[in-house]
Design a protein around this ligand. Sequence first.
Ligand code: GLA
Length: 409
Amino acid sequence: MAAAVPGLLRALLLAAAAAALDNGVARTPPMGWLHWERFLCATDCSAQPRRCVSEQLFTEMADVMAAEGWRDAGYQYLCIDDCWAAPTRDERGRLQADPRRFPGGIQRLADYVHARGLKLGIYSDVGNQTCAGFPGSYGHYELDAQTFASWGVDLLKFDGCNSGSLELLAEGYRRMSLALNKTGRPIVYSCEWPFYLRPMQQPNYTEIKQYCNHWRNFFDVYDSWNSIKSILEWTALHQDSIVKIAGPGGWNDPDMLVIGNFGLSWDQAVTQMAMWAIMAAPLFMSNDLRRISPEAKWLLQNKEVIAINQDPLGKQGYRITKDKNFELWERPLSGGAYAVAVLYQQEIGGPQNFSFPLAFLGNGLACNPACSVRQLLPSSRDWGVHSWVSSLSVEVNPTGTVLLRVGAL
Ligand code: GLA
């Protein structure tokens, strides 16, 4: 049967199959802020007025994002996660925000956010309840997509709890994607489809990319080194199937940046920032931007590192070698350049040196016949011009990462 399909047609069909969701957004990994990891499901505003999931939390965050360089660094999407909704739909069957915590509703918040040059994200679930037990979108996909669009929402995180079955899970993710497209409003569609599928079924990433702008593959990030480590290890172990699928319009999502919170040391925060850039990950911070250290701010707003994350070629990086406790990762960039990360996993002792031949990089092409090497993290420093036959030696702290940019000459 396949032999009967003419070659050109087959090529066209295959090209169409690998295409990303064509809604014009997420041509580079989306960047913003998402409340979940830091603020979870705090709903008691009388006990925790500055920490509960409320209009005030988001307007305060919007003010800081606009005033303190976050928006200008690229963090554009201010996103609400679970626990925003009232426990029941309104008399017309529409989702509604909890009236005490969001007195102006989502639309007023969207206007506020847009007036500051930002975009608003919201959250719902493919099943009949969200993971935290709020109303889900099952049976209401079209209506909810229209409601979100009418409020001026720019991103939907669509969770996969309580879906009932794998068929309903897939069907729901597809139907919500089509419903969002039908609204005519460009809305970034953030999925957890492969994560909920994985225990039972291998995800079909070609299909997922046709419907989603980014997708979670693995467990929720926690504010801990263990969590960051496990996300990186999972990604490296599955890189053969997930790296090639990432590109403009569709990205693997290793979950939020937790830099600026409580659980990571400075070197571990550097590792998260460097590796999220290598992985072409969506950059959604979950922290309290109203109170954040100058160091965390420097790291999260680092222009050169963000430029790697946002590189227009849109290729995800991968691990090249793991040598004892050192890992060497690279990411091809536009203009023949490469981002290179050396991660040192040992959790005892002090800094150690790692040497590698530059001919290791880019299958021998990254530094051929010569290249310029610049260190971006943990601090910026020029390493000058190197030739193809030379080796580089970098000193890395335990659980830290050295991030380099290797440019073709
Ligand atoms: C799931 C998701 C998290 C968060 C919570 C909210 O666990 O993976 O990112 O959205 O639900 O309940």
